[in-house]
Design a protein around this ligand. Structure first.
Ligand SMILES: C[S@@+](CC[C@H](N)C(=O)[O-])C[C@H]1O[C@@H](n2cnc3c(N)ncnc32)[C@H](O)[C@@H]1O
Length: 269
């Protein structure tokens, strides 16, 4: 006979499957600083060192769904700390004009800065200047980023952007209706140069498996469990009751790497 805890676990998985399949998706405008610590490790230890075609040209980075700026600002701080000589430009986009206005004047409260579970004093002191209780992003970080209104569902806009070395669309695809998430993904993968990396934490796992195969993107199979567990901690305990919830990590599925992975690479030519 199934033990009560195994039975409870099975019920949770069925509930989650049902919620993922049936919940209406809705745009959510929220963000946090330094949200993805193990993804940053993969970026620093694997992805950036392997970028081959950047000799001479600055690394081009596109961030979609940037909200009020915490993600591109954290990313820039991580790159500066670990690659002080690296030249890079971050172009960050969101569809909500008011969050872009906010990002263009990036001064945050203590609560906003310390909201996420992974924010450290080192990160804060390297990223902000503190004046009159306000946390202002250091100019040398800010000057690497430009913020714009932009819609990743707009194929003409995506066409005009041209290709990039790193593309981020994190904690946004799972908030879109499935058809739109698929369209967005198809647009995003067009933006990848050969050898480029796509970061997509926060995307339904069955769609992730299907679309990364369809577009022949290879999972970056490093620290997958650690990144998954960061997302679980970030999104709280009640995973089964929300479409954004993350199941406990497991290697049981044949596709466990593609299901759990959040970073995919386009083949180099
Ligand atoms: C939940 S927030 C995630 C913010 C940030 N990426 C993070 O992980 O902390 C999702 C953001 O994506 C934006 N967004 C939704 N649909 C979009 C689209 N089609 N193109 C660009 N941004 C979009 C939302 O307005 C929102 O600010």
């Amino acid at each position: 006979m199934e033990s009560p805890s195994r039975f409870k676990n099975l019920v949770r998985h069925i509930k989650h499957w049902f919620i993922v399949k049936t919940s209406p998706r809705k745009n959510r405008v929220y963000t946090q600083f330094y949200r993805f610590p193990h993804q940053y490790r993969v970026l620093v230890e694997q992805v950036v060192p392997q970028m081959t075609d950047t000799k001479g040209a600055p690394l081009r980075i596109l961030v979609f769904g940037c909200c009020s700026g915490a993600e591109p600002i954290s990313l820039s701080a991580v790159l500066r700390r670990n690659f002080p000589q690296l030249e890079y430009r971050i172009e960050a986009f969101d569809i909500v004009p008011s969050v872009i206005e906010r990002a263009q004047n990036p001064c945050y409260s203590r609560d906003e800065v310390y909201q996420g579970p992974f924010v450290s004093e080192t990160f804060v002191s390297e990223t902000f200047d503190l004046a009159d209780d306000a946390y202002r992003v250091k100019p040398e970080i800010l000057q690497t980023i430009s913020f714009h209104v932009g819609d990743m569902l707009d194929a003409n806009f995506i066409d005009e952007l041209g290709q990039a070395d790193l593309v981020f669309a994190q904690n946004v695809l799972f908030h879109l209706p499935a058809q739109n998430a698929r369209r967005a993904f198809a647009n995003l993968q067009c933006l990848l140069k050969p050898g480029a990396a796509l970061f997509v934490n926060g995307m339904d796992t069955d769609m992730r498996v299907q679309l990364t195969k369809k577009f022949q993107l290879q999972p970056e199979a490093y620290l997958i469990e650690e990144i998954h567990n960061d997302a679980r901690q970030d999104r709280g305990d009640s995973w089964a009751g929300a479409y954004w919830g993350r199941k406990p990590f497991s290697r049981r599925s044949r596709e466990w790497i593609r299901e759990h992975c959040t970073i995919y690479r386009k083949a180099s030519v």
